[in-house]
Design a protein around this ligand. Structure first.
Ligand code: NAD
Length: 484
């Protein structure tokens, strides 16, 4: 489209068109207009990026002191915050999320992640081990080498930074492949990398289709590790594909997270928390509390209040600072969500709020109303499959054991919530839930210092916190003969 921004690949601190000359269009989901054209990279571009990333490891980056490296990682965050208004606009432009979320939550969280891991750089240490015999034995914690980050479209910058920051802090180099729908904020990081003086080849950003470029990353013998966030089925294919070169992998996959409301919960705050749990980020959140499990005795009151609240959440222009509910990320995603809504109705669930495509007075955009289904049974498709949109399914339970059994009755295990005033019950349930994160009387709270990742088919490995450092380093044991 004339006037749409044209973006190149970022390799070795240079902006390059794809070797093939191919491009892809990026669509603003709130207006359905093309908002940018980006290069469509393939294997030739990947080879160039791997060469650059390998070169940086053997060059200034590999020789840089850990403290200096940490300083550069922190600077990435500082510069990101200086450019937060502009980067937040890009995030909203290609994703459709409210600018309030981009500007005040997600960009600051990404900047904080750089700050946190920059602080770790010079604290990643080996140990001396009291071995038998007259030997000195010590360990070195070394970088893995060239890492690749394959990133989804729901938190395009934040999820990329969860991978970039620990990778660089530990002395690796990285190639980032953002999702085709949302490449703009990762590309902005390329500009920031140059501005803060990151050496060439340390951070490379390749845009291109997942099936081709993503697959090529998985198979490339010059890549040592893949950090992936995305669909569970893609994660399985990456795990199989990475087997041939035995790459290290970490997978953050899908979820169908339960949010359990016990009869003694503070109803008002539980209604608020359950609403935020499913409708923040339009429900396109891997940890979304998409299955409400509510005690039978309070079910009617709870669902009435929830439906009333959902109906008040009206979709708005994502660029308007007052908007709290934006557009779904793509036509495809909107159609998927509407198909699930139709299946819920067909399988006999009761629609108590939303359920329709909507617009903001322009007749355009991939907007779907916040949707709540009551009378859902555990067998229904909408209570089993990840919808990845603003659709909540409410299921009742009779006692605590049934609540826990239902909560765990899913192949996923990313997150869970429990609402109760009884502290003993709260901790009991937290221990019984098979999930990587459990929130008690709150939902969707994150901090860079605390780990995030899945149980079961929600993946393995942890992002954020000190635990992520283990996924970007390897341990070498060194023996020295001290016998005289
Ligand atoms: P997706 O798996 O389709 O795409 C994710 C990324 O993988 C994109 O960059 C895509 O281009 C790439 N890709 C696609 N096919 C590939 C292949 N064969 N080989 C290599 N790369 C490939 O997922 P999505 O639709 O972008 O994201 C939504 C999913 O992500 C949901 O299931 C959601 O639950 C999950 N998610 C999980 C987390 C988490 O932390 N667990 C966070 C966010 C999203």
């Amino acid at each position: 489209m004339a006037g749409a921004d044209q973006k190149h690949l970022f390799i070795n601190n240079e902006w390059r068109p794809s070797a093939s000359g191919k491009t892809m269009e990026v669509v603003n989901p709130a207006t359905e207009e093309i908002c940018a054209i980006v290069a469509s990279g393939d294997t030739a571009d990947l080879d160039a990026a791997v060469l650059a990333a390998r070169g940086a490891l053997n060059g200034p980056w590999g020789q840089m002191s850990a403290r200096e490296r940490g300083r550069l990682v922190r600077k990435l965050g500082e510069r990101l915050m200086e450019r937060a208004d502009e980067v937040a606009r890009l995030e909203t432009l290609h994703n459709g999320k409210p600018i309030m979320e981009s500007r005040h939550i997600e960009i600051p969280a990404a900047a904080e992640c750089f700050e946190y891991y920059g602080g770790w750089s010079d604290k990643v240490m080996g140990e001396t081990i009291p071995v038998k015999g007259n030997y000195l034995n010590y360990t070195l914690r070394e970088p893995l080498g060239v890492c690749a980050a394959i990133v989804p479209w729901n938190f395009p910058l934040l999820i990329a930074v969860w991978k970039i920051a620990p990778a660089l802090a530990c002395g690796n180099t990285i190639i980032v492949k953002p999702a085709s729908q949302t490449p703009l904020t990762a590309l902005a990081l390329g500009e920031i990398a140059i501005e803060v003086g990151l050496p060439p080849g340390v951070l490379n950003i390749l845009t291109g289709p997942g099936a081709k470029l993503g697959q090529a990353i998985v198979e490339h013998p010059g890549i040592d590790k893949i950090a992936f966030t995305g669909d569970t089925s893609t994660g399985k294919s990456i795990m199989k594909g990475a087997a041939d070169t035995l790459k290290k992998i970490t997978l953050e996959l899908g979820g169908k997270s339960p949010n359990i409301v016990l009869s003694d919960a503070d109803i008002e705050s539980a209604v608020r928390g359950v609403t935020i749990g499913i409708f923040y980020g339009k429900g396109e959140v891997c940890a979304a509390g998409s299955r409400l499990l509510v005690d039978k005795s309070i079910k009617n009151e709870f669902i009435d209040k929830l439906a009333a609240r959902a109906k008040k959440m009206v979709a708005g222009d994502p660029m308007d600072p007052k908007t709290r509910f934006g557009a779904l990320s793509s036509r495809k995603q909107m159609e998927t969500v509407l198909r699930y809504v139709a299946s819920g109705k067909q399988e006999g669930a009761t629609l108590v709020a939303g359920g329709e495509r909507t617009d903001i007075g322009t007749g355009k955009g991939f907007f779907v109303q916040p949707t709540v289904f009551a009378d859902v049974t555990p067998e229904m498709t909408i209570s089993r499959e990840e919808i990845f949109g603003p659709v909540l399914t409410a299921i009742e339970f009779a006692d605590l054991d049934e609540a826990i059994a239902r909560a765990n009755d899913t192949p996923y295990g990313l997150a869970a919530g429990v609402w109760t005033k009884d502290i003993k019950k709260a901790h009991y349930v937290a221990r019984k839930l098979q999930a990587g994160t459990v929130w008690i009387n709150t939902y969707n709270v994150y901090d860079t210092a605390t780990p995030f990742g899945g149980y079961k088919q929600s993946g393995f490995g942890r992002e954020m916190s000190a635990h992520a450092l283990e996924h970007y380093t390897q341990i070498k044991s060194v023996w020295v003969d001290l016998n005289m």
